[in-house]
Design a protein around this ligand. Structure first.
Ligand SMILES: NC(=O)C1=CN([C@@H]2O[C@H](COP(=O)(O)OP(=O)(O)OC[C@H]3O[C@@H](n4cnc5c(N)ncnc54)[C@H](OP(=O)(O)O)[C@@H]3O)[C@@H](O)[C@H]2O)C=CC1
Ligand SMILES: O=C(O)[C@@H]1CCC=N1
Length: 268
């Protein structure tokens, strides 16, 4: 990976922040990475011990500041975060619900950007959306694309009015996929499979369906039809899932709730 800049500072080394740091480390980021977290995980401590990151060094203005704390925490620490922001600092937030305006006001700089990654970024299979102010330079956009690319695909810039829906699909979406595996396994147990085997079948099936979907030119609907033999077993199951539009309307309701929550977090 080419170095977008020296002096990369990450505030919030939790699940998503660590996925970002792991991506930078694995892709051979050449600059200094400082991570700030009040209770560093064993993973962060191990990276520090191996010289990959500096953990909780004295705050100073960063070239790039990545903010990965919970949105509810941002308001209470934004004044502290100003210690990481100088006249040349580019700020990237991955926080759901904190707007570009909120970032610019909270941190006292117009040079802000948002990204919405997801946890498959941990293994380089993520989907990240980038959202920039209209004033952003092409250099900043390129640097942020490079910074996020170790996590997987990066799309954007998208406009800020799309970010709540994008969050509800790709930011939250891994949870929907994991839930599918969980409930499939539970249904297998209910029908006589032992728990380990049911989970093995469900995990491998979700993985295989995802991999086939990504390697095929066919849309998901055709791949679904390819499994559904006329008058067969899959049709019996899908007739239940789609009865009165059950699955689409449940997903639509779930995504609407996620969009609503994202907008609540942004104070709308
Ligand atoms: N998880 C996900 O799939 C995704 C998350 N996001 C966004 O990423 C952000 C983090 O989410 P997630 O990783 O799940 O949450 P986590 O709680 O795992 O991570 C947040 C981290 O920030 C730490 N923290 C709290 N206060 C401070 C502080 N003052 N200075 C530095 N670090 C601090 C927390 O420590 P402690 O636990 O001790 O409070 C924690 O380790 C959120 O804003 C979320 O919207 C975006 C996309 C996907
Ligand atoms: O649940 C959340 O709020 C964060 C944002 C997207 C995924 N996790």
């Amino acid at each position: 990976m080419t170095r977008p800049d020296a002096g990369l500072t990450l505030v919030g080394g939790g699940r998503m922040g660590s996925a970002l740091a792991g991506g930078w480390i694995q892709s051979g980021y050449e600059g200094q990475i400082a991570v700030h977290d009040p209770k560093p995980s064993d993973q962060l401590k191990a990276w520090e011990a191996n010289g990959k990151i500096r953990l909780n060094p004295a705050p100073s203005p960063a070239a790039t500041l990545v903010v990965a704390v919970k949105p509810q925490v941002f308001g209470t620490i934004s004044d502290e975060l100003k210690a990481f922001v100088g006249p040349d600092t580019l700020v990237l937030s991955i926080m759901a619900g904190i707007t570009l305006d909120g970032l610019a006001t909270g941190l006292g700089t117009p040079r802000v950007a948002r990204a919405m990654p997801n946890t498959p970024g941990l293994i380089g299979k993520g989907m990240t959306l980038l959202c920039l102010p209209q004033t952003a330079s092409a250099d900043d956009a390129n640097a942020l694309h490079k910074l996020l690319s170790p996590l997987g695909d990066v799309e954007g810039p998208i406009t800020e009015d799309k970010i709540s829906a994008a969050t509800a699909i790709s930011g939250c979406g891994p949870a929907y996929g994991f839930l599918l595996a969980e409930v499939m396994a539970a249904a297998g147990v209910a029908h006589g499979l032992d728990a380990d085997m049911a989970l093995r079948l469900a995990r491998k099936t979700v993985e295989g369906a995802g991999a086939l979907m990504m390697s095929s030119d066919e849309p998901p609907s055709t791949l679904r039809e390819n499994v559904t033999s006329p008058g067969g077993v899959t049709k019996a199951a899908l007739d239940v899932l789609m009865r009165d539009g059950a699955m689409p309307s449940l997903m639509e309701e779930a995504v609407a709730a996620a969009v609503r929550r994202d907008r609540e977090l942004s104070g709308e």
